[in-house]
Design a protein around this ligand. Sequence first.
Ligand code: NAP
Length: 251
Amino acid sequence: MANRLKGKVAIVTGAGSGIGRAAAILFAKEGAKVVVADYDEKGGRETAAMISRAKGKAIFVKADVSSSSDAKKLVAAAVKNFGKLNILYNNAGIVRWGNAVECTEEDWNRVIDINMKGAWLCSKYAIPEMTKAGGGSIINTASIAGCVAFAKIAAYCASKGGLIELTKSMALDFAQNKIRVNAICPGVIKTGMTKGILNDKKTLQGMLKATVIGRLGEPEDIAYAALYLASDESSFVTGTTIVADGGWTVQ
Ligand code: NAP
């Protein structure tokens, strides 16, 4: 067990798979007590069990981040079980396909509710607890789709662009509480979210070509960026985004 997060209590949302799972496992390995949050009960319980098997500390809390009562319950569970809250990693997210004309109102609302409102709700309830704990770190998984446009995912681009601006707004408002707020913008990462599109050979080739580093990302590539932002190593860093995209947006 290493100790970059020794003594810290962290919530990771969307930790039942992909980037969230990798981050929850890494945070626990670095000494944090982790609240694994997801609305996928099976995946979430699996992540918590993986951490326990590796002798880390974790509990699973089933929560839909777009629900105010679930977000409140999630923060309360962290404090009840581990005594305080230092780190919130808002990572849960979904994508729905379609340009602005094709996108249904139902899909638009769901994407905005989870990707943007969910991060706000969890932060809303976490910030008072972090303040009591003497400060903390909030990390939001945005996307390069929040920096540059991608075709046919209008709601997703809007939600991630909004999340980047929310990151800056919260960084400004809560610096005085010693709470830092930063975002990570991943490029294409091999997770459940991208599995379908990466099965298509032509799409895969196109994505590899656009990722100048020559490979697609692994969940751990993002988890390490989150670890840096969660730890005191980044104590002078707030209101910014780390772009971890293998060079996709460099050209
Ligand atoms: P993933 O493997 O699908 O993981 C997302 C997790 O969040 C899933 O377990 C999902 O559960 C859960 N989730 C979805 N809605 C939720 C809600 N309302 N409440 C709680 N949990 C919820 O995908 P991922 O790639 O790791 O995605 C993690 C984050 O990275 C997302 O915010 C995504 O937008 C962002 N991102 C991903 C990529 C990429 O290329 N993969 C690139 C840029 C940004 P279900 O599986 O049951 O839906």
